[in-house]
Design a protein around this ligand. Structure first.
Ligand code: SAH
Length: 223
């Protein structure tokens, strides 16, 4: 029998997860207790491809199918913390990918809606989230630059891929007081995180946060 790190037991993963929260999140600037708690609870090793399992708590993004990536844990925590969420909130995610960020969000807010343009990824995310018991998450296959109008407006919108600008359709699905966080940039692979706050209907405030590198947002209001 081959014994590798990828056969690490649940307890090993739990210890690595605690270290990740302590060193990569709390040890930097993540202060939101709900975000730290959720990041400390979701088994990231279940959301990465088997060969990468032993790297699940590294300070890095990892490949997932369809040439996409699961974001670095710190970036997931940073973006969610930037939404300043409350337990009763409803959140839209664009780019479900593996479903990891949706799982983290589901422990922080009441309802999570996530849209994914790759049919295979959408299906795997849905199956994985259901199997792990994250039952306040709904997954849809489609173009997330158009949001998910049936459940709008949202208290928070998180976009996990980089586009040339913030889609107007997504802005219009923000509740008054709601916040959207998204990588925006003129290059397809380098962006700045932008936070848009809906001050009141039709009026938005925009802030530039940190430089990031996300996969491109492909769609009607993306690339
Ligand atoms: N949140 C994910 C990270 C996904 S990477 C996780 O935790 O694993 C970004 C994802 O956005 C990719 O899966 C990509 O297919 C998806 N994507 C890109 N453009 C999209 C669009 N217009 N609508 C929905 N998903 C999109």
């Amino acid at each position: 029998m081959e014994v590798t790190d990828s056969n690490a037991g649940d307890e090993d993963y739990a210890a690595r997860r605690r270290a990740m929260v302590r060193e990569q999140l709390a040890g930097r600037d993540i202060r939101d207790a709900a975000v730290l708690g959720a990041m400390g609870a979701v088994p990231r090793e279940q959301f990465v491809l088997e060969p990468y399992r032993r790297l699940a708590y590294d300070d890095a993004p990892l490949p997932i199918p369809a040439n996409q990536t699961i974001s670095q844990p710190y970036i997931v925590a940073y973006m969610i913390a930037a939404l300043d969420l409350r337990p009763d909130d409803r959140v839209l995610e664009v780019g479900a990918g593996s479903g990891y960020a949706a799982a983290v969000l589901s422990l922080i807010v009441r309802e999570v809606y996530t849209v994914e343009r790759h049919a295979g990824l959408a299906r795997y995310a849905q199956e994985r989230l259901a199997r792990l018991g994250y039952d306040n998450v709904q997954v849809r296959h489609g173009d997330g630059t158009l949001g998910w109008p049936e459940y709008a407006p949202y208290d928070g919108i998180i976009v996990a891929a980089g586009g040339p600008s913030v889609p107007d359709t997504l802005r219009s699905q923000l509740a008054p007081g709601g916040r959207l966080v998204m990588p925006v940039g003129r290059s397809r692979h380098r962006q700045h995180l932008v936070r848009v706050t809906c001050v009141r209907p039709g009026v938005f405030e925009e802030e530039f946060l940190v430089p990031v590198a996300f996969v491109p947002l492909i769609g009607d209001e993306g690339w």
